[in-house]
Design a protein around this ligand. Structure first.
Ligand code: BJW
Length: 247
């Protein structure tokens, strides 16, 4: 990462009053949460179609819940990293800052971000498969769904993780809010995502077409790299603090 490259991103941020960030699993990598597709990624050990689809849950809800319990335990032990904390500070530093995340781990909130669009849900919530009522579990507490296997709602129906699986629709309100922010922003920071999973993978292109400077922060080349205006190669927990220092 060259000083000139970081200065280009910092200069654009200094000039901008509307900024957005889109984050993915790499954002939490240095908090100890495995990514989905990288080395040691969650998909390397578990096939997605076996675990993160409505069909998998219908076939064997206990197996799917085991995977989510394992991830909840990892996340409960993790702490937000310096990258999460920089984005939390950006919320108060800039006149308009919109944080859109694909992550379900809740670490942005724990770092102090207040206004977050959680596109793929939140691992600490469950919802009734019949009543659709949400059940909130607290990180660190023994989650209520641990009580039975597979966990059930008070009405007797199965509970499921309140996340978005492949083939499921994202909340249209979240997508509309995110899209509006992407069309308005002058700079979009795209942090730690492989940019492979839609519709989020298309968000940087929406911002670019509306005239935003797209800054990619990632340890590796991605599907987005060729379309990004500025590429800051390195870990989120190092690059974001460096960017903040350059402001
Ligand atoms: C670091 C780092 C460090 C490492 N610092 N960086 C259009 C075209 C093609 C397909 C589709 C399409 N529209 C819809 C689809 C189908 C599907 C899809 O996109 N499939 C693709 C695989 C092709 N999309 C959907 O089904 C979505 N629904 C939808 O569109 O509904 C409408 C519809 C329905 C039916 C048919 C058609 C349309 C729903 C997608 C839901 C995704 N859900 C998951 C699971 C969430 C719950 C859970 O967590 O359990 O979301 S899948 C998984 O992938 C998770 C993530 O949020 C998501 C994205 O992954 P992410 O964050 O990018 O992680 P990685 O691991 O891929 O990348 C990590 C990156 O970090 C890497 O680049 C590393 O280099 C980097 N990194 N360490 C910085 N320290």
């Amino acid at each position: 990462m060259h000083d000139a490259t970081i200065e280009r991103a910092a200069g654009a941020l200094r000039e901008a009053d509307r900024i957005a960030a889109l984050t993915g699993a790499g954002m939490s990598a240095e908090s100890g949460i495995p990514t989905f597709r990288g080395a040691g990624g969650l998909w390397r050990q578990f096939r997605p179609e076996e675990l993160a689809t409505p069909e998998a849950f219908a076939r064997d809800p206990s197996v799917v819940w085991d995977w989510y319990r394992w991830r909840r335990r990892l996340i409960a032990q993790a702490e937000p990293n310096d990258g999460h904390r920089v984005l939390a500070r950006f919320e108060t530093r800039f006149p308009e800052f919109t944080l859109v995340t694909q992550n379900v781990d809740g670490l942005h909130r724990r770092a102090g971000s207040a206004a977050i669009i959680e596109l793929h849900g939140n691992i600490w919530r469950a919802r009734c498969t019949v009543e659709r009522r949400r059940v909130v579990d607290q990180a660190g507490d023994p989650p209520a769904p641990e009580a039975s296997d597979p966990p059930r709602c008070a009405c007797g129906a199965l509970l499921r993780p309140d996340v978005v699986w492949f083939g499921e629709m994202l909340d249209p309100v979240d997508v509309a809010r995110a899209t509006a922010a992407l069309r308005r922003c002058a700079v979009l920071l795209v942090v730690g995502t492989s940019a492979l999973v839609f519709p989020a993978a298309g968000f940087p292109l929406i911002a670019a077409e509306a005239g935003a400077l797209v800054v990619e922060i990632n340890t590796e080349e991605t599907a987005l790299t060729a379309r990004a205006d500025v590429v800051l190669r390195g870990p989120a927990a190092g690059v974001l603090p460096a960017l903040e220092r350059a402001l």
